[in-house]
Design a protein around this ligand. Structure first.
Ligand code: DLL
Length: 432
């Protein structure tokens, strides 16, 4: 069952039997421990013993990000806080974060899944790996850290934000692997090139994820750094990094499906699509204790393949992501919803609710400009007043999104009004 260097795997039948047994146990566990799910099941006349195998999963209701937000912060936890040993959080659609909690066993399974992914990428105890995802409420840093440590690799907990130190240490420590977002790694490759350090590094592998990236970026990273780059996927609601990762054949990301049951669903009917067809990915956490979720709608678009991979692994593979069904943006690795900007601007008296977000990528780093229309009452061309307002909005946006944005105050009525659904984003990056 466990992916290791020998790639021992379960057959599909064995996997289905394991998933069935785990789902039956999970539904019973949730019915008795999470009032939200008990009520949701009762609303559709379901009792735990109606779920007898994994095929019955389609009888169960979906869970969404809004459900987490509505039950903020701990309402969906299945255990008392005395059993929660860590929390993480990510952006919600408006002001409130979505909060997830882990029991000690959840953390063990998480690090096991990340260790599998990193093993697929060829990482061993002999590697020195720089973890350059953010440490903190974001799951990237600590999640990748624990997985690499489980393998026994030498972990260098860099976090984000200091490229100079990262490149210096990459050379001085002889780092052989790095885990970070793909756009950041492209930026690092430029820093290395500028400082003539490219032939001094010992890097052989990168484990990149947390944001969409194209096959072109993948090739670019591999050729600039002369390494192998691997795609790791995950989301905080389900666990964090390590839900799925690709192998050396890069024919889709192997899902840790003994822990996270994947469904790819038709976006119109929300029924499962055939292998190879694109739909929305949903996950059921088969073994989580802290905040187990049933049929969590990721809003990520992908397709699934249940055939055996050329590497010999039998686990289901999801394709490189094809977009999202909602308007979530990932800017410098941070999830951003336009609705968060809207919610933040409501508190600034001097501006109207009309705004435009312009996202771009300069030197492989994301940039965000937010144009905000000033209210007629407060309109002035006095530079000092405009500067003060720009600073004030910049602060409000930083607080709301967790990233800095360039704020541009524009004249009243100057932003284009839409006839239909308002357009608030111009994304000039080509990510899918
Ligand atoms: O981004 C967890 C993570 C950390 C994954 C480090 C990989 C590496 P969230 O902040 O909750 O969690 O964001 C989850 O990011 O629904 C996708 O839209 C996107 N995403 C994550 N990995 C990939 C990837 C982390 N490899 C959201 N390719 C998800 C494309 C990705 N999109």
């Amino acid at each position: 069952m466990i992916w290791n260097e020998t790639k021992e795997c379960m057959s599909r039948d064995q996997m289905t039997a394991l998933q069935s047994a785990r789902l039956v146990k999970l539904v019973d566990y949730m019915y008795h421990n999470v009032e939200f799910y008990r009520k949701k099941m009762q609303a559709v006349g379901l009792m735990p013993n109606d779920i007898k195998s994994i095929e019955d999963i389609t009888k169960l209701p979906f869970t969404t990000k809004d459900d987490l937000r509505d039950n903020y912060p701990f309402g969906l936890f299945a255990v008392p806080n005395s059993q929660i040993v860590r929390v993480h959080a990510s952006s919600g659609t408006t002001g409130k974060a979505t909060v997830v909690g882990y029991t000690r066993r959840d953390l063990d399974i998480w690090s096991e899944c990340v260790a599998r992914c990193m093993t697929m990428a060829g990482i061993t105890k002999d590697d020195i790996i720089q973890i350059a995802y953010g440490y903190g409420l974001f799951t990237g840093g600590l999640g990748a850290h624990d997985g690499a440590q489980k393998i026994g690799a030498t972990v260098v907990p860099m976090s984000t934000g200091n490229s100079q130190k990262l490149t210096t240490m990459m050379v001085d420590f002889g780092a052989t692997a790095i885990a970070c977002t793909p756009s950041y790694l492209l930026h690092i490759s430029e820093v290395l090139a500028k400082e003539n350090l490219l032939d001094k590094i010992k890097l052989k592998a990168a484990i990149c994820g947390a944001e969409p990236w194209t096959e072109k970026m993948h090739k670019e990273i591999e050729s600039r750094l002369n390494i192998k780059a691997f795609d790791i996927y995950g989301l905080s609601e389900i666990m964090g990094p390590g839900v799925a990762c690709d192998c050396e054949f890069h024919k889709g990301l192997h899902v840790c499906e003994d822990h996270f049951y994947p469904e790819v669903l038709d976006t119109a009917t929300m029924t499962p699509v055939a292998d190879g067809e694109t739909g929305e990915l949903a996950f059921t956490t088969l073994t989580k204790e802290g905040i187990p979720l049933i049929r969590y709608r990721t809003k990520d678009l992908t397709s699934i393949d249940h055939s055996t991979c050329d590497c010999g692994r039998t686990s289901a593979r999801i394709s490189r992501f094809k977009g999202r069904v909602d308007d979530m943006l990932i800017i410098r690795g941070v999830n951003v919803f336009p609705s968060q900007v809207e919610a933040a601007l409501v508190n600034v008296e001097e501006v109207t609710p009309h705004y435009m977000m312009i996202v771009d990528r300069v030197n492989n780093l994301d940039t965000l400009e937010i144009q905000v229309e000033v209210d007629q009452k407060y309109y002035t061309d006095e530079i000092r007043v405009i500067e003060g307002l720009t600073k004030k909005i910049g602060h409000v946006i930083q607080q709301a999104l967790g990233i800095n944005a360039k704020i541009k105050i524009v004249e009243p009525l100057s932003l284009v009004r839409s006839q239909g659904k308002a357009v608030h984003v111009i994304d000039n990056r080509k990510l899918y």
